[in-house]
Design a protein around this ligand. Sequence first.
Ligand SMILES: [Zn+2]
Length: 471
Amino acid sequence: MSAVSTMIFTHGTILTMNPSREIIADGAIAVSGGRIEAVGRTEDVRDRHPAAGEVDLSGHIVLPGLIDTHVHLAQTMLRGVSEGKRLKDFSNWLFGRIFPLQGSYTEADAAASARLAVLEMIKSGTTGFVECLLAGRYGFDGIAEACVDSGIRAALGSLVMAVSPETRDELGWHHGMWQTRESSIAQALDAHDRWEGAGEGRLQVWFGCRSAEPACDLSLYDEVSELARERDMGITIHLAEMPSDNDFAHSLGFRSHVDLARGHGLLGPRTVLAHCTVAGGEDFRLLADTQTSVSHNPANNASAAWGPAAVTDMLAAGVNVALGCDAAPSNANLDLLRDMRVACHSARQRAGTRLAIGPETVLEMATINGARALGLGDSLGSLEPGKSADFITIDTDAPHLQPVWNPVATTVFAAQGQDVDTVVINGQVVMRNRVVLTMDEAEILDDVRGRFRDVAARAGVTGLESEWPTV
Ligand SMILES: [Zn+2]
């Protein structure tokens, strides 16, 4: 659509997520120039825009686009590799399997994986995401360009790390996954100079910090925090993910891993911490006071068996908690509709009561809280006039979705990624009737199918098949 024409999307059940959380039973959204011009009852919006083109969404639930605050684009081609011969120990898994595979990627492999991830996200209703650790060797430009062309909204965390060559070799860290502190910081700053605000403002470039663990020189975080404040850049990092993280912090005299992050300047309104499964009460007060966001990854945490984070305690303390799918090796899909359900179930299970959390809260985490985590709370995350036109629709004409008593419960508990019919991002119709209009789906799938075994052969990694015999 041209920047000046108005399009109206009519007859949907609209979950506005506005401050009153209104649900409009027969609602319409008028979109013009990438922004929402009006949201209301279909007859009212139509009266005000008699000449507008119209898309009929009868039978669809319409909601803000979902925001996935923790993604690893390059690991999507590694979907399923954690099973087969299962590795018990996290560091064996990381250094013995995942890093050798990723470290053997060519730029074309990484781009293929990234495009697969973006395609999967769009097809399951994710309209914006935070990539945690994008290594320069994957070819930042190719991946940034693929994101821009797809129409999605992204904050790409350009990897920064400070691990000495001696420590790398001691750990058996694949050389392809390692780079120097100086080059990683220079790369992130260069990427920020060239790509921040690309795609009509849809792209952001952040610092993607490698984890705060014994292998890392922690002064990296002081330097990166300072640079991020100077440039108003976002920061994302895995934090307080497993018990050893707190042990490490204690060994340095910090109260906790979150306290260590505070001590090195990492906390603040432009920071997204992934996981926080081993954070507690004092930490939550600190995160709320500093307006730091947390990306809660319930399906990944369940698969890795670290258990669910204390998400209801975080929310009660006033922390901005958003949702993330994390990576395909540990959580096979980038399907936030499915993971909203897991978030609800796991929080109830942890609390021992179904009253602990409802679908409304989980939907807030996937939409407006995600928008705040992106630093876009004022312009994204709800369907209100003046905000960016980022929304998705769920076609409820399916046996597993009928009847619809409560569209919020249907969305969170019954819908899955494959039920997303239409995706609009920044006013652009990116998917309609499940056909992605901005990407060549068949070509992307072919590309990945032609590559994944070569990556394993190059990496010399085996044991990825089922333990049952293949005949
Ligand atoms: Zn992760």
